[in-house]
Design a protein around this ligand. Structure first.
Ligand code: AMP
Length: 282
């Protein structure tokens, strides 16, 4: 695996692949890799000639400086994991490479960026769209892989790709879970083993809500989920939403809604904020 910190050196190398019409698959990450990330790399590997993974803890998408400071940084072991699944290129730039001068551009994704995560993390999706745009321009991949774990991020990236005419196919990848159902996340490294068990209730709640979709109203499901979490003192529910899976708009009548639905949760376990969702086809 080749490792680059420098944009121009990476571009030079990728140009050689592009000139041979080789397909480039790209997986952007913030590192502290786990099996969820590796599943994206494996999928990219199966569908492309060359796989590029980026590891960059992007400061512009953190609205909470403490969260940015505490974000795990494990470049050496990450590189080992990437090698083990055959990743070809790792791009791990420094802040000075990505933001030589402060960025000023602003995106507006309308409702998509003000609902759910957007409500609780102002500016987050602007930072995500900014760094992903930069990375797309740098890597110029054919396909880019995003986890459904961050459903709203995937939808924002789809919109970004559409609006800026990036010639890139955006692939939505399944959520990889721990045996107890907890969605894998770099933040899980900050949970104790007891907290990991408790956090599995997030997935249980999503499954419970899914079972109720055909027979209950949104309000009834909402209140059941609130009751469920009120009985678990170690988890603080931030939001539970039932929404259209493509627009994230609320759904007036669950039984009549013919598009896929998304059940989404954000919750705190201790001081660790976790998100999870289920994508429900009809
Ligand atoms: P992150 O490093 O957290 O920014 O994540 C990098 C990519 O990995 C994003 O597209 C995430 O949605 C994806 N990802 C994170 N956790 C999982 C998971 N448990 N299963 C599948 N993909 C994931």
């Amino acid at each position: 695996m080749q490792i680059f910190q420098n944009i121009s050196k990476l571009r030079e190398t990728l140009l050689a692949f592009q000139q041979k019409s080789q397909k480039i698959g790209f997986v952007p990450t913030m590192g502290a890799l786990h099996q969820g990330h590796l599943s994206l790399i494996k999928q990219a590997k199966a569908e492309n000639d060359v796989v590029v993974c980026s590891i960059y803890v992007n400061p512009t998408q953190f609205n909470n400086p403490d969260d940015l400071a505490k974000y795990p940084r494990l470049l050496e072991s990450d590189a080992e994991m990437l090698r083990s699944v055959g990743c070809d290129i790792l791009f791990a730039p420094a802040d000075t490479e990505m933001y030589p001068n402060p960025a000023k551009i602003k995106f507006d994704f309308g409702f998509l960026e003000t609902t759910m995560e957007g409500k609780f993390r102002p500016g987050h999706f602007n930072g995500v769209a900014l760094v992903v745009s930069k990375l797309f321009h740098i890597v110029m991949p054919h396909k880019a892989y995003f986890g459904q774990k961050d459903l709203q991020q995937y939808l924002v990236i789809k919109q970004l790709t559409n609006d800026l005419s990036f010639p890139i196919e955006i692939v939505r990848c399944q959520i990889v879970r721990e045996e107890n159902g907890l969605a894998m996340s770099s933040r899980n490294k900050r949970l104790s083993s007891e907290q990991i068990q408790i956090a599995s209730n997030i997935y249980k709640a999503l499954q419970m809500a899914e079972k109720m979709l055909k027979t209950h109203t949104s309000e009834q499901i909402q209140s059941q989920i609130e009751i469920f979490f009120s009985e678990i003192k170690e988890i603080e529910l931030e939001y539970f939403e039932i929404a259209d899976a493509y627009t994230l708009e609320g759904i007036a009548d669950l039984q009549k809604h013919s598009q896929p639905k998304a059940l989404c949760i954000a919750a705190f376990v201790g001081d660790v904020r976790l998100i999870d969702n289920l994508w429900v086809e009809n």
